[in-house]
Design a protein around this ligand. Sequence first.
Ligand SMILES: [Ca+2]
Ligand SMILES: [Ca+2]
Ligand SMILES: [Ca+2]
Length: 487
Amino acid sequence: MKKNILLILCSLFFSIAKANNLQIGTPTLPSSTTIEFTVQWDNAWKVASGPSNHDAVWIFVKYQNCTDNIWRHVDLSTTAIDHTIGGSQLTVETVNDAKGVFLKLNTTSITNIASATIRLKFASLVDAAYNYKVFGIEMVNIPAGNFVIGDGASGYTFSGITITEGIQSAGLGASSVYQVSGYGSTSPLPATFPLGWNSFYCMKYEISQEQFAAYLNTLTYNLQLNKTANSPASAVGTLAIAGTTNCRNGIRIQTVGVSNNVPAVYGCDLNNNGTFDETDDGQSIACNWLSWKDLTAYLDWSALRPMTEFEFEKVCRGSTAALANEYAWGSTVLLQAHSNALTNSGQSSEVSTASGVGLCAYGANNTNFGPLRCGFAPRTATSRVEAGASFYGVMDMSGNVSEQCAGGYNFNYSTFTNTCGDGELSVLGEANIMGWPATGGGNGGGAVMRGGDWLQGWDHLRVSTRQNMTTNFNNSRSSVCGGRGVR
Ligand SMILES: [Ca+2]
Ligand SMILES: [Ca+2]
Ligand SMILES: [Ca+2]
């Protein structure tokens, strides 16, 4: 019975023509302590079984002080009744650190939110004369529960351990996480390390190029200088973070930066015709060229955090038994999607010319290509295995861009906790959360690449493989690395 419910849900779940269809209206300030805006998103879900979970939008607000022009994070009230949610479809979930709120469906359904008016209360008085921006990121609830880490078959896999509530609350000793072919942890995994049993939210999609450009546009000139590949004073059209062979990353300088008061403006111009944010300029393509430091800066800024290797496998596999060599959609069937075979290339409706079970962007084996649109695989009434969806409905966990996770070998697991970003960056524009790994690399850095990508082969795509343990591509910007956050 449960299986039937799952199949029915999946056919609704993954009927997504356009992935990142979340739209947030221009905000207004009805008072000095509130901000109001509209939210629209399609295929919102709250389901009771198969699995029981829901999606949500993580909303956070930034303000710009008109004296120093710096964008800072707005803390929001942690009392739910302080916020006013228009209509009956949505409800608000506050968070203890006040860094944002989750919007989610009020009752069990799968539906579109045509337009809901949201009024959020600030935690403290903020000047209404400032400039404000509201950001939203689609998330998926990953409920608390047991899961298996390791399929015992893939490269450098964990040996297949069921993570229970008891293990999460007691921690996992070093000896018990020894891998089948080496690369076990050399330090105990304490209870403070997110072993994945507890409930959390995971970004539904990889960070898109549009999302990353929006983040760059809140940085001062000096921070842009530190956090991009070329000076913000470079000519219009200069690539922001990509190498010369840009591998479908079209984030470029739209307006030349001058000073901290006049930083560069970045936009998407994948077709490189000098006109920004046209319908085919790749706004919805997954953002590659993200080093570990780029990913963690984005996550600190958005008040999320990196996921751990344990959480990565839970998001993929859910509560099911481990299947040897399975991919994120729970089977070993694989079908290549390639950026040389697309319909509506660069558009928000971009799809692979291929379709079917196990469709996944991998194995291009040629750096003239690149990643695809976030959530490109779901079509009308596609099943989980055709949509490339994880157990909980998270997209592209296998393939497209590599996921960068806290974990790996020779990593001090005692330092990393579930502390999220606080919305503010260091004076160099880096993440500055205690315990987050400072550098990339799976061997010693504490930031291992998981899930494979558009360039590498099939063996990197498996849920349990830790094949990139020693590659350390993500110490610098790589055409294959991107990522997503959790909270
Ligand atoms: Ca263009
Ligand atoms: Ca991925
Ligand atoms: Ca910070």
